[in-house]
Write a protein that binds this ligand. Structure first.
Ligand SMILES: Cc1ncc(COP(=O)(O)O)c(C=O)c1O
Length: 427
């Protein structure tokens, strides 16, 4: 008898962030349709986390798929050094229209981690090219910037990085400027900049995702960026998860009065359809790489840099993002979350409940200090999977980050299932 998909998968595939010995076997998905993913056996799963925060307009969006098909008949790929193509040009033009006006250039890569690597390397070489060697990067504690070595080094130290600890470069981690910690965190940033040779400051703006959906204010971040600018410290804003409407505006940068020098993008950039990373920056930084001396060029590139198929999909996704009806949905999701918070903030099982834009996060009371490996995590994940909802808690933090096409009824189903879970935890 021929093997089924799960048996074949387990025989050959090694899945990310998965304990292959004990975790549930993977669910084979064969079709996507709006907010739903459909398994081989016909079971429909509601994708409440946008497939790791990437999907904006629903799975298999007909307009995006049409644009992708059109592009497949024109150009698959071309080396992006010495060559260009209409899709990369159009996408950069479109991105620069919605990015802070101080930004004038886009550098493409493949994913969120590489978009961050590019940002960090730009900041280092910006100073190096001006014979101004600076060695220190400031980052926020518990931050997450990806799994390559540069992005991991700049991320917080913890369970994700422990095995690699001795191989990471040194970074000065400062407290996240959450409510009540703003002045302390700003002061620490200033102290480090005054006492060390700092080249950059990297952060997830307003929302630390993987840390457990930790939210902080744009006011303090603007002050931090301003101080960096006054000291020629390059501010690198990792908008891999916050970009493209997630916070209720195009970018978290839209809430800031002082704009970062570098912005890293991925995930929602292609509406969650293809892998693409982009790092935007100012002419001031770009100009520091211009020279008659070849060694001053930006020494970085990836085989699939600016892939035309991925760019065409990103152009299509941005077109949808500009539609009024998309923003009406974003506002509907945000308002539903706010209503849910108002109605349930006194629930006995909830330690904290919060939202930013389309993201709702609930910290469930737990007697364990562990965050990501909290014992509740697996139980909660299994609970939702049994009820055909994809919610991957971060330890004892449940979050909802749906595609913008989600309906009000689908959202109510997610809320109802969360409340049922909370009730079950009482007993
Ligand atoms: C803020 C942030 N930066 C970077 C990354 C890494 O992106 P990727 O998984 O595409 O490498 C992530 C992924 O979750 C992220 O949330």
């Amino acid at each position: 008898m021929s093997k089924n998909l799960v048996e074949r998968d387990i025989a050959v595939n090694w899945h990310p962030y998965t304990q292959m010995q004990t975790d549930l076997p993977p669910i084979p998905i064969v079709k996507g349709e709006g907010s739903w993913l459909i398994a081989q056996d016909g079971t429909r799963y509601l994708d409440a986390i946008s497939s790791w925060w990437v999907n904006l307009h629903g799975h298999n969006n007909p307009y995006i798929m049409k644009k992708l098909r059109e592009q497949t008949s024109k150009l698959d790929h071309v080396i992006f050094s010495g060559f260009t193509h209409p899709q990369a040009i159009e996408l950069s033009e479109n991105l620069l229209e919605i990015l802070p006006k101080e930004h004038q250039k886009i550098f493409y890569s493949d994913n969120g981690s590489t978009a961050v690597e590019v940002g960090i390397k730009m900041a280092i070489q910006y100073h190096y090219n001006q014979k101004n060697n600076r060695g220190t990067l400031i980052a926020l504690k518990n931050g997450y910037h990806g799994d390559t070595f540069g992005s991991m080094s700049s991320g917080g130290r913890g369970i994700f990085s422990t095995p690699f600890e001795n191989h990471l470069f040194n970074v000065e981690h400062i407290d996240v400027p959450t409510f009540g910690n703003e002045e302390k965190s700003l002061k620490k940033l200033k102290d480090i900049i005054s006492s060390k040779n700092v080249y950059g400051f990297i952060f997830e703006p307003l929302l630390q995702g993987a840390a457990g959906m930790v939210i902080y204010s744009p006011k303090v971040l603007s002050k931090m960026i301003k101080y960096c600018k006054e000291n020629d410290v390059i501010s690198i804003s990792d908008e891999v998860s916050t970009g493209f409407g997630r916070t209720g505006k195009f970018f978290a940068a839209d809430y800031l009065t002082c704009k970062p020098d570098i912005i890293c993008m991925s995930k929602g950039l292609t509406g969650g359809v293809m892998a693409l990373g982009a790092t935007s920056t100012t002419d001031k930084i770009y100009n520091a790489f211009l020279s008659n001396n070849k060694s001053k060029m930006f020494l970085h590139g990836h085989s699939y840099t600016g892939n035309p198929l991925a760019c065409s999909v990103a152009i299509a996704s941005l077109k949808l993002l500009h539609r009024q009806e998309t923003w009406t949905k974003i506002k509907m999701i945000r308002k539903s979350h706010i209503d849910f918070i108002r109605e349930n903030k006194n629930n006995n099982q909830i330690l904290d409940i919060r939202n930013i834009g389309v993201i709702l996060a609930i910290t469930i009371k737990s007697d364990s200090n562990e965050s990501y490996f909290n014992y509740l995590r697996d139980n909660i994940y299994d609970y939702f999977i049994k009820r055909k909802i994809i919610l991957r808690p971060l330890g004892n933090v449940i979050y909802v980050m749906p595609p913008y096409c989600i309906s009000s009824d689908e959202l109510q189903l997610i809320y109802f299932t969360i409340l049922e879970l909370l009730k079950s935890l009482e007993s």
